[in-house]
Design a protein around this ligand. Structure first.
Ligand code: 13P
Ligand code: SF4
Length: 337
């Protein structure tokens, strides 16, 4: 259905009046539905700015679990909305476009995980939140990039760990915890894997005083630590951070320039947090097409028509809930605003 305020396929912004009318209508409809609007840090700026809360996966899951609103509108990708439904089964959970998937979540199925577990009986299964509800139902503890290290550190040192599905985050966790009994699934996010070490090295060399903010899903995270080890970049300038922790670090750093290795939507939230810093994307083509399916027009349609609604069957949800509950209990609170 085409909105009368926002023609399909057009961004309503740039014109002050259309923008204000869209924002007013979104707020009116959200109030009418008793809905809280949650937006991930990779959403387009207009959606980040209209949301009640913008943050990383962990912060948004915590808010979904504790909100008083009867409806959650999740402006992010499908596994995030599904996680909200698992945590708050009594609430209506809406996503503006249910086709907003995730290449990382697609890299392992429930059947593949069951087969992997059969090869390692007794191992503790730690799944990144970027997984389907079916995979979460086969998981002992979920984690996000902001608490993955804490989650793995909470497991007794003599127990084997199966970590999935992101190989770069897995390598980061292995490095920080120093565990050698951790097995890592070879999945990756196509956006973060594409931010490569050569690009990072070149940008770091031409900005020698810049901080490097690097998401642990990036293909370049290992290269950044290598550059620091080689003395090409000062070690204290290399910061491996979740998207929420990047916002916290932006407020604390003394650097004048920061090179940012993650999806480009992040830059908007960083500039808001620290307007005096020059934030530059390491790869300005690193845009997630799934995150960008949540357009202003789609948000308006979602609030008007109550679509797309997210459902998780009761048995899968109840199996998945324990692992997601443990995720929101472990690690520092924060990561959003
Ligand atoms: P965080 O916001 O938890 O750092 O996750 C990043 C991500 O890739 C979500 O898709
Ligand atoms: Fe998935 Fe990567 Fe997009 Fe995040 S950026 S939603 S991990 S495809």
């Amino acid at each position: 259905m085409t909105s009368t305020l926002v023609p399909e396929g057009l961004t309503p912004f740039g014109g002050g009046e259309a923008n204000a009318a869209w924002a007013e209508e979104v707020r009116r409809l959200a109030k009418q539905r008793d809905a809280v609007l949650l937006a991930h840090n990779y959403q387009v700026p207009e959606i980040q700015d209209i949301a009640d809360h913008t943050g990383d996966s962990l912060a948004l899951s915590r808010i979904a679990a504790s909100s008083d609103a009867s409806t959650i509108v999740f402006c992010g990708v499908h596994f995030m909305a599904e996680t909200a439904k698992i945590l708050a089964p009594e609430k209506t959970v809406l996503i503006p476009d249910a086709r907003a998937g995730c290449s990382l979540a697609d890299s392992i199925t429930g059947a593949e995980l069951r087969a992997w577990k059969a090869e390692h009986p007794g191992a503790v299964v730690v799944s990144y939140v970027n997984t389907t509800a079916e995979v979460k139902a086969e998981t002992d503890i979920c984690c996000t990039s902001s608490n993955a290290v804490d989650v793995v550190a909470s497991i007794p040192a003599d127990q084997e760990v199966l970590f999935l599905p992101d190989q770069f985050l897995g390598a980061h966790v292995k490095r920080v915890t120093g565990r050698d009994n951790i097995h890592i699934w070879a999945g990756e996010c196509h956006v973060h894997a594409g931010i490569n070490g050569a690009e990072l090295a070149e940008r770091a060399a031409s900005n020698p005083d810049a901080d490097l903010f690097i998401h642990p899903e990036c293909g370049c995270a290992t290269s950044a630590l290598y550059l620091a080890g080689e003395g090409a970049v000062a070690p204290e300038r290399v910061k491996i951070l979740s998207t929420g922790d990047m916002v916290h670090e932006a407020r604390d750093t003394k650097a004048k320039t920061v090179l940012v290795a993650t999806e480009i939507g992040m830059i908007h939230q960083l500039r808001k947090a620290a307007p005096g810093i020059d934030f530059r994307a390491v790869n300005d083509r690193a845009s997630c097409r799934y995150m960008k399916m949540i357009t202003p027009a789609a948000l308006l349609r979602c609030l008007r028509d109550g679509l797309d609604e997210v459902h998780v069957d009761l048995e899968t949800a109840s199996k998945a809930r324990a692992s997601v509950q443990r995720m929101i209990e472990i690690g520092q609170p924060g990561g959003g605003e």
